[in-house]
Design a protein around this ligand. Structure first.
Ligand code: CP
Length: 286
């Protein structure tokens, strides 16, 4: 999808006549617009509920199951960001059309993981050992959960974590893989000292903490990534962030060649084009 003409393909006809339902109960910029852009770039159409959390008929008591059944009657493929963990899995039980999880509460964000690992693969051979530092709100960050699952398919990954105790998550526990190599760290300086191939920054998931009644969850400044950290890293290291960002990632870093988070956004478009095309043009078992 990055270079369709090189492969003799014209993306504009790939899903012509198909309709995507875009259902977002939570805020989104990148995920919703990249899915919608992907569909339009391939000749499809979009029906969109950007504020489903406040305007959909669920506010009149309609069940999630009935909402999914309705979307399946009106579209050919569904992309949904939902408020609660497990809603995507529940939808899959009743959906008669392809259903893509665009983030379910603090659960998973699988297409973010696809674009993240695609980005890493541009810089590193994932068949060789790789080290990745996971920084921020690891417990409630769904992008973290999903990248862990996808990286677990790679043969040799060393994890370094940097997170406040209340927000930490051990990849070994999350993946039930006691064999994983994991080191916990106390500051960004410690992370930089181990020279990881990838530093994957995440923001404080403030919207989750009121919901889960977790107090005192701020990200300390010792965990922020500063320009002086970045310039101490090997030139081959990359800095990633699913975005949106908070104070943990200063915009001063944006112009450093190690910063690849804007490339991640672009990769999100191409990965989602590929995903939609493969789902719509493959036989779907109801
Ligand atoms: N990365 C990501 O999911 O961004 P949005 O919340 O803007 O979609």
């Amino acid at each position: 999808m990055e270079k369709p003409w090189d492969h003799g393909r014209d993306t504009i006809y790939m899903v012509r006549g198909k309709v995507m339902a875009s259902w977002f109960e939570e805020r989104s910029t990148r995920t919703r617009l990249s899915f919608e852009s992907a569909m339009v770039r391939m000749g499809g159409s979009v029906i969109s509920m950007a504020d489903a959390g406040s305007t959909a008929s669920s506010g009149k008591g309609e069940t999630w199951s009935d909402s999914v059944k309705t979307l399946c009657q009106l579209s050919d493929i569904i992309v949904a960001r939902t408020q609660h963990e497990g809603q995507a899995a529940a939808a899959a039980q009743v959906a008669t059309k392809p259903f893509i999880n665009a983030g379910d509460g603090s659960g998973e964000h699988p297409t973010q993981a696809l674009l993240d690992v695609y980005t890493i693969s541009k810089y590193f051979d994932l068949n060789h050992p790789i080290s990745i530092a996971l920084v921020g709100d690891l417990k409630y960050g769904r992008a973290i959960h999903s990248i862990l699952r996808l990286l677990s398919l790679c043969p040799s990954v060393t994890y370094h974590t940097l997170s406040p105790d209340r927000l930490n998550l051990n990849p070994r526990d999350y993946l039930s893989r006691p064999d994983l190599k994991v080191c916990h760290h106390k500051s960004m300086t410690d992370i930089v000292d181990v020279k990881p191939d990838v530093i994957y920054m995440t923001r404080h998931q403030s919207e989750r903490h009121s919901e889960n009644k977790v107090g005192d969850t701020f990200i300390p400044k010792l965990h922020y990534l500063r320009l002086e950290h970045v310039t101490s890293l090997p030139e081959t290291s990359i800095i990633m962030h699913p975005l949106p960002r908070g104070p943990e990632l200063t915009p001063e870093i944006d112009s450093n060649p190690r910063a690849v988070y804007w490339r991640q956004v672009k990769h999100g478009l191409h990965v989602r084009m590929a995903l939609i095309e493969s789902m719509l043009n493959s036989p779907f078992k109801e």
